[in-house]
Design a protein around this ligand. Structure first.
Ligand SMILES: [Zn+2]
Ligand SMILES: [Zn+2]
Ligand SMILES: [Zn+2]
Length: 435
């Protein structure tokens, strides 16, 4: 059994003949218990986030300094630069400087090369018993034999860059690289950043222990990231021996069939959680897409395009006009399409400080959020916090107080008082305002 610095008393690995490995709680816990904390074994900042987030600590920073050699990665300070040099940049800097033009999925090749290099240095796994946490990447599920042609082609397209990254110190054969690629697809995590500006996915990472947590559409735990550190925290009361689960699917209120198709396509399993079984049994015969839904889908695409345009021109008039359609709709408020666009609209209105419209949009999604997530979820906590901020700016103090009080109790469970979000001055100012 591998020796680990992380205490393991909250969960243990069990292996079943039918479901593979899973984690179960070693005791009963209340919501807000951190049951697993881990740093990634490999990670890279997504290409479109590079320059806003430090390539080592993954914190948002407005004064990042670029590596003067490759002019590609950037860091908040010297110590992050030194940390990243030792972690991977020593092997990557030369190649990153050489590659031109840089392909849009360069970060995927980078992540893969980090994993391959790491694997080539780790001793082969000799563990007989599988009732323990994985210690190397090749112990993760890869499902590489099930990869679709599209994914295989993507892998092939990465090979050229991958070889450049691995030129000097590669020990493994390209055939084993496909297995690694498969492992990153089904075990990769989107590392999220949380702030008053909302939730942003900043990086891709692979976490060995957290990969053991199975999925449920009605999970008892949630993930939260603080920089590159991942925590799995309980969001419900759980019993000893109960399986620890998180949701691999982030969208709110997606139709059951679509959600199942996603899990099948990306993670290669058919979800049989209580929620799926209940919902599938209750499914009405397919009525097809109504005109209103088709119209909303089309206008959602238009909005997304107009947002890209407005980001450049800084003229939001057209986008705000478009949002009006989404304030009024005959569809029920919890319809996934309405929630999705209203959430997008809420975010934009907060960013451009159009607080009145933000509060209107935000109020419309609060109930669907609560119904979908239950009392505790990181996204609900952030939503309530931002609603509180919008209402304060509108001087609607009583309502703001309600939202902020609830935000505080949610975030204390989902993020915990030690999370850097909870310690940031702007959030402290909001949460402590009505104390
Ligand atoms: Zn940093
Ligand atoms: Zn460099
Ligand atoms: Zn399910």
């Amino acid at each position: 059994m591998a020796v680990s610095a992380i205490p393991m008393e909250y969960v243990r690995v069990v292996k079943s003949a039918t479901c593979g490995r899973s984690l179960v709680f070693t005791s009963k816990f209340a919501p807000g218990q951190c049951i697993l904390e881990e740093l990634p074994c490999a990670y890279t900042v997504k290409n479109d986030r590079r320059g806003s987030f430090c390539d080592f600590c993954l914190k948002k920073c407005s004064t990042l300094k670029k590596c003067s050699r490759c002019n590609y990665v950037s860091y908040c300070n010297k110590s992050c630069q030194i940390g990243d040099w030792a972690r991977c940049h020593k092997q990557e800097c030369k190649t990153l400087k050489k590659i031109h033009p840089r392909p849009p999925d360069l970060h995927v090749a980078q992540l893969l090369s980090q994993l391959i290099r790491k694997q080539s240095k780790s001793a082969p796994c000799t563990q007989e018993d599988e009732d323990c946490f994985p210690t190397t990447v090749d112990q993760l599920e890869s499902n590489h034999e099930k990869l679709s042609d599209t994914k295989r082609n993507h892998f092939e397209s990465l090979l050229c860059v991958l070889k450049q990254f691995l030129e000097e110190d590669v020990l493994a054969e390209p055939s084993s690289w496909l297995k690694m690629y498969g492992a990153t697809l089904c075990n990769g995590f989107s590392i999220m950043d949380y702030g008053l500006y909302g939730l942003i996915d900043i990086a891709n990472g692979v976490y060995l222990r957290a990969s053991m947590v199975n999925h449920s559409c009605d999970p008892n735990c949630a993930l939260v990231f603080d920089g590159r550190k991942l925590q799995v925290r309980t969001v419900k009361d759980v019993k000893e021996g109960e399986e620890c689960t998180i949701s691999y699917f982030t969208a709110v209120n997606y139709p059951t069939k679509e959600r199942q198709a996603f899990l099948d396509h990306v993670h290669y399993f058919t979800c049989k959680c209580v929620k799926c079984i209940e919902e599938i049994n209750a499914l009405e015969p397919d009525a097809g897409l109504t005109e209103e839904i088709l119209g909303l889908e089309k206008s959602k695409e238009e909005i997304e395009m107009q947002i890209q345009f407005a980001l450049i021109t800084k003229d939001w008039t057209k986008v705000l006009q478009k949002f009006e359609t989404y304030l009024r709709s005959c569809l029920p408020a919890h319809h996934y399409l309405l929630v999705e666009v209203r959430d997008l609209a809420f975010g934009i209105c907060c960013t451009i400080e159009s607080w009145g419209k933000a509060a209107q949009m935000g109020q419309l999604i609060t109930k669907p959020y609560r119904d979908h997530y239950g009392p505790y979820h990181p996204s609900l906590g952030i939503h309530l916090l931002r609603m509180g901020q919008a209402l304060l700016n509108l001087k609607r103090f009583q309502e703001a107080r309600k939202y902020l009080t609830e935000a505080k109790s949610v975030l204390e469970v989902t993020h915990g008082p030690q999370h850097s979000l909870m310690k940031s001055t702007s959030v402290q100012k909001l949460l402590c305002r009505f104390r």
